[in-house]
Design a protein around this ligand. Sequence first.
Ligand code: NDP
Length: 445
Amino acid sequence: MNSYIGTVLDGVKRRSQNEPLFLQAVEEVLESIAPVVEKHKEFQDKGILERIVEPERQIIFRVPWQDDKGKVHVNRGMRVQFNSAIGPYKGGLRFHPSVNLDTIKFLGFEQIFKNSLTGLMMGGGKGGSDFDPKGKSDSEVMRFCQSFMTELCRHIDADTDVPAGDIGVGGREIGYMFGQYKRIRNTFHGVLTGKGLTYGGSLARTEATGYGVVYFCQEMLKNKKTSFDGKTVVISGSGNVAIYATEKAKSLGAKVVALSDSNGYIYDKDGVDLDLVKRLKEVERKRISEYVKEKKSAVYKEGCKDIWTIKCDIALPCATQNELDGEAAKTLVKNGCQFVAEGANMPSTPEAVEVFISSNISYAPGKASNAGGVATSGLEMSQNSQRFSWTFDEVDNKLHQIMINIYNSAKNAAEEYGTPGNLVNGANIAGFKKVATAMMAHGLI
Ligand code: NDP
């Protein structure tokens, strides 16, 4: 390993011993940008790596709220403003009991390179809370969101930091947080993305991450002279990303046979009935296990890991980090899977990534293939600044083109730096170069 990178990594390991996810993300990026660092000695002279692994600012705060019975609860809220070299901090908010500073730092770090790849002016940030919206009433979720935003609103602004949704944060939560921001700050501007269509949201934002993953995967398929048509697809998760990846893959002629949630997965040999999934998950907020009560062609299995034992041509992990390990990757490859494109952030463990790369299958890391969500958030910001809305097709066409561009940037960077076909290296290198160049231009800050 390059000695400069080794020294920086040792420093991160020392200071972030209790942050395994953050370390995992940093290690992957630093290892793959070694050839760029070798070529640009000025990055070392100016301490670019030491600076890029340290957030510009971390905000941690108390979020007190009352449940419907009047009982007081306290959750922890946080926002990590990681890097603003190429634009205002941009990245989602995650509400899930597993959220801690490690989760948010890993997501914020990944976001720097992802946002850079989109070609839009967006820095990297992420936030969230260990609050669990599952099983809470609308009023409880509203009170929590209002309390969360009462503190967060001091730190964000349309030109400073623009949060969006992520796990556990969808249109409902964004609406409550936007309302509270507007009330306290007495300004109506695009401080959050993923907003409702009646108050500044963008058409196609809901669909964007899922559609974007499929657009990216389409380029991988084209590169191997094939297409989605007639392919069998397994998708993990059944949230926003999974649902719209399913929709786009089906529209291109693929058969999606499995979806999951954190309790288990369904396998429907006839192909999943998306209208039913949308009703269960988006409207009724039920578990995926309910699907088999209405669909006799399907079976439900408890536990989500075995979803990767289902035979498929294409796998799209769209649930959460480290959901696909080395064993699962080997099984996928053994069963003939040829394409893996990540909808979730870092869903494949380092061992799984190693299996995909050494087996020569086409593999796309999330920071490239799931960038469609944040790219469309960037388009929502542009529309808000113009006080204007584009049509669904206009946004979708821009999204499609951005995903093609990201694929080409990653592919070309991988070739230029001597690892053709390795989209992990390509995405990290292409994303890093732009941010590092901007940091050099700004002087030591
Ligand atoms: P949602 O909350 O809409 O859905 C998440 C899905 O993943 C649910 O089905 C959930 O099941 C499942 N899931 C969550 N945690 C776990 C777990 N520990 N084990 C197994 N399954 C789990 O979130 P999104 O669809 O928005 O996000 C999914 C992934 O995509 C995340 O990694 C997110 O960071 C990433 N992403 C999202 C973007 C977006 O625009 N929404 C943009 C880019 C990336 P359950 O309901 O049981 O919790």
